[in-house]
Each structure stands twice: as structure tokens, then as C-alpha cells.
Design a protein around this ligand. Structure first.
Ligand code: GNR
Ligand code: NI
Length: 181
């Protein structure tokens, strides 16, 4: 494994049972596996491209996620190991979300506007940050993945069913197109 060009991981597409499962907490015994996983998750996220990626999306049911908003095209990588929301604002915010596990699908999602998040990094150091705006939505979206929750679980059943049917149709069409070529 090359630290400068880590092997990319395959992103699971919904519906998939690993995306619906609650991931387990990282323990000290996972340190080596997590150390190897993180660079591959960042490479996969940047290549997609996306601003966040949770381990269950790459078929690893551990409480690990990576985030980089790449504001002003400057890398600002954040590693979230065992993240926890310790406080959420009563004020809500709505923004359009997408997900690498529901490619091409978008919906407005309402969440707490600000959250205080506690987590460890890949070296085990503890952090606590207050997030707002896109970072807040992204971190909440990633922690949802660790709990088997997708952004479509926050919208009406009607919109969710429309998105899941459209995704299945588009995925089937893509597979048919790929088979022809
Ligand atoms: O790339 C992503 N964009 C995004 C936009 C709004 C709210 C959340 C996100 S996360 C998403 C990547 C992804 O699927 N992470 O799990
Ligand atoms: Ni996602």
C-alpha cells in the first residue's frame, strides 16, 4: 500500500444491509486496521468527489468517518473516530444533501443548525468542536451513517420512495449500458 496513492475502496450503493447496520465502536485493538483504512477512505472520498465518507459506506462496520469540506480548494481533513454529538442547537437548518451511497439523488434535509461533537483522531487524541453550516450537516450525515441512517430517512416516505425507485432504475440502466460496451 502506497501512502501517496492509496488503493481506492468500493463505495456501497443503497439499498445494502451494511448501510442499514449500526457500526461498532473502535477499540485500541482496531488501531492498526484504522490506521491503514483512513488514507484509503480519504483517497476514495477525494476521488468521488465528496466532502465526507463513513466506514460503513466502504463495507467496514466501524465508527470511523472522514470529512473535508475543501473550502477554497484547501485540504482540511478531519478524522472522526467514535464521534458523538454531545449537544445540538434547538435552532434547525435545512440544506440540500447528497450521498455517495445514493449517487445522483438529492433532497432538502432539516437538522440542528449547530452541534458540539466529541471524537478521537486516528492517533487516539481527543477533540471537541462546535460545527455550524455545511460542516454541521456533514458531520451529522456521517454520524448517521455509523447508526445505519441515510439522509432519505429524514424526509417523507413519499420522497424517500421516489428517490429509492429512481436510484434503482438509474443503477439498473448503468449496469445495462456497461454490459453493452
Ligand atoms: O459529498 C457529500 N456531500 C454532502 C452534502 C450535504 C450534506 C452532506 C454531504 S456528505 C456527502 C458524502 C457522503 O455521502 N458522505 O457520507
Ligand atoms: Ni453519505
Amino acid at each position: 500500500m502506497d501512502a501517496l496513492a492509496p488503493d481506492l475502496l468500493t463505495i456501497l450503493i443503497a439499498p445494502h444491509k451494511v448501510l442499514k447496520a449500526r457500526a461498532r465502536a473502535v477499540t485500541p485493538a482496531d488501531a492498526e486496521a484504522v490506521r491503514a483504512l483512513i488514507p484509503r477512505m480519504f483517497a476514495t472520498m477525494y476521488q468521488a468527489p465528496g466532502i465526507g465518507l463513513a466506514a460503513p459506506q466502504v463495507n467496514v462496520s466501524l465508527r470511523v468517518a472522514v470529512v473535508d469540506l475543501m473550502a477554497d480548494e484547501k485540504p482540511a481533513p478531519i478524522v472522526l473516530v467514535n464521534p458523538e454529538i454531545v449537544a445540538a442547537s434547538p435552532e434547525l437548518a435545512t440544506r440540500e444533501e447528497g450521498c455517495l451511497s445514493l449517487p445522483g439523488q438529492y433532497a432538502d434535509v432539516t437538522r440542528p443548525a449547530r452541534v458540539v461533537v466529541r471524537f478521537h483522531d486516528q492517533l487516539g487524541a481527543r477533540h471537541e468542536i462546535t460545527a455550524e453550516g455545511l460542516l454541521s450537516a456533514c458531520i451529522q450525515h456521517e454520524i448517521d451513517h455509523l447508526d445505519g441512517v441515510l439522509f432519505v430517512d429524514h424526509i417523507s416516505a413519499l420522497k424517500r420512495n421516489m428517490i429509492m425507485r429512481r436510484l434503482a432504475k438509474e443503477q439498473r440502466q448503468q449496469r445495462e449500458d456497461a454490459a453493452k460496451r
